[in-house]
Design a protein around this ligand. Sequence first.
Ligand code: NAD
Length: 381
Amino acid sequence: MKNYIIDLNFYNIMSKDLTLNLKENNVPISIGENLVFSLDFLNFCKTLGNRFVIITDQNVEKLYGEKLNLFFQNQHMDSFIISIPAGDSFKTRETKALIEDQMLQKKINKSALIIALGGGMVLDMAAFVASTYYRGIPLVMVPTSLLAMVDASIGGKTAVNTKEGKNLIGSYYHPKKIFIDLQFLKTLPKEEYRNGFSEIIKYGIIYDKDLFSSLYEKTQGHDLEEIIYKCCLIKKTIVERDEKENNIRAILNFGHTLGHSLENLESYKISHGEAISLGMIFASFLSVKMKILKREDFFKIFSMFKKYHFPLVFSQNISAKDIFDKLLSDKKAKLNRNFVLIEKIGSIKEDIYLQEVDEKILKKALFWLCNRFSSKAELWK
Ligand code: NAD
């Protein structure tokens, strides 16, 4: 049996720069403070296009989008902003078409560069636009939420949601570079920090027991730069092994099968981070029921999410049957009842990570989930 643990200390060097090495291209990732609004950033962007389209959402526009646009214009660049409403309920084909229409009206062509500035929602959307506009134009990613810094910016997945499900329409398309600038975190609301930690905890559970232990022991005062670097390194390592999710990349979906179903059933009113935190508890519970994971580990994972004050609640209008039906239509559960399961904290083994869960076990687990976490249940404070 092969384990996918890498020696993170090996990479613990001064520079916080990484490169995602792909079959056809490489994507540099810079991590640091005050990277954007600099001449280096401007000069890099200039090498990719003569007109800049900043795609952002309305919150990030006010905080940073207008400032970035002004910065470019002061440097005599032709740039403009396209701003979309915030939130996953706007990550749709309709929003994509509105962005494209604005670009067409401005006569944007292949010589332009898209700069995606925002959280994971903006990045997924802007990257999808970049991948299809004129059959593909250059893209630079500037994640501004913690979740986007540790996860959504890396790996080339782009997507929009539809009524039928989350991220069902999309493509693989990589940016020319990812600038992870910690200055943006200063304005991030508390609950968005927490959402970022859902994916960080995920990396601990699936890949790095030391990361899990350190997050468990200390819930505040983290060295965020170090944590972001570690998470990017883990994601890079997994994506490099399996770019198009034919096998091992699926471990990154731990908790996402249930999470995506809940997001869709809640009409995207529940955040991605909150939904996948429930999804990870559920996948861990299934792992115990499938006799793969020890109960102590399940309780540790559960208490981790309580320690980080995840609300762990969803609407009581959603029944176990609703979730069951939605789960079986989720593309991530490829072979119907296949779930990403874990056998211990910090590692997923190649030959058991994807397991078909017996229908009876799945249904029982869903009843447990609904009894425990629907909005009737206690809120964890
Ligand atoms: P989000 O993009 O909706 O951002 C959350 C909120 O934070 C928004 O209101 C946004 O305006 C605000 N915000 C962002 N940066 C801010 C800042 N610096 N200061 C103040 N407010 C700020 O959500 P998210 O959690 O960043 O990302 C979730 C999305 O990412 C989902 O659509 C999910 O499917 C996607 N995702 C994609 C991948 C991938 O590999 N492509 C991976 C994980 C998640």
